[in-house]
Design a protein around this ligand. Sequence first.
Ligand code: GLA
Length: 390
Amino acid sequence: MTSSLSQELESRFIDLFSVAPQVVVRAPGRVNLIGEHTDYNDGFVFPCAIERSIWMAASPRSDGQVRAYALNFEQSSTFPLNAIEKTQNPDEAWSNYLRAIAAILQREGYTLTGVNVATYGTVPIGSGLSSSASMLVAGGLLLASAAGIDIDLKRLALLAQRAEIEFVGVNVGIMDQFISALGQRNHALFIDTRTLEYEAVPLPSEGVQIVIADTNKKRGLVDSEYNTRHSECEQAVATLKENLPSIIALRDVTIEEFERFAHTLPEVVRRRAKHVITENTRVLESIDALKSGKLSRFGELMNASHKSLKDDYEVSCVELDALVEASRSIDGVYGSRMTGAGFGGCTVSLVANSAVEDFKARVPALYKAATGLDTTIYVTKAEQGAERLR
Ligand code: GLA
């Protein structure tokens, strides 16, 4: 599938620009198995890249312009590299990711060249599977490659994160860009978001599948609520610091320390901190469980993560809760939870092979009965991160 899509992109590119692309890249979306809202607290995450990507192709131009075409929307957008501005035109909104990463690369001192660009993606947009991170990572790899720059993928992830924070205005952590850039086929990455060290942990090659289900609920509040959660965590650190002067982030607070000083925090902030601190321990335990083949334990930790996100962090919603409940009612589902920022988007479930057909057959009706909405189900393997294909 991957190679035929990139071939199709190349042939459309020739139709559009009457020249063959010199560079073709791909960057995937992601699903996070566990470790939610921990990354901007210097904590642990455990995502994998999914079998849905953004492909981009480019050929050089000598006039310093970026002339881009999005095949998904059949829309074009052109901007000059020497005066990049965010476009307000809704038909060209997709190009803001390309504009953002081009601006950041140049600000970092990279000399880019003008390019024709065609892009096509299979990452659902606005579903919490990181279509924006994959646009930024693919765009950065494309622009750098077209200019003959061999960019380090970890550095690219950090620049893509900065582009998201500065241009999109959401104070995100590093997880999405990092896994899109550095994901490994058949592995999830256990990432320490403080040191950016990571370990690729093999996912079981037989017996289970990762099943993503989309609530198909548009994520309205996510940006402002996300930024609010981020500042509540900072507030927790500032207050806990009075008794724990050496802490820098919630990552540094043990459960015992938290229990000792929880009373110093306002009620809402206390629950936010509790989620982050307990979620970090769940990630560590889940990796041990996975490594020793204890899938039931891994599933229990996924379920506990969802409960904590729902009750303490308050980023779930009725649709996510209904989908999780429907998924867990299927025999052979080890665990199910919301994934990503929340307020809509997708759930992730770990499902025994033998139960996947049952899941696909029964969860949509259960979810529809509870919410009136249709779900979309994606069964995925862990995919390789960003790569240059040509
Ligand atoms: C979004 C952000 C990530 C992370 C998740 C929640 O996907 O982009 O950095 O914070 O939410 O875990």
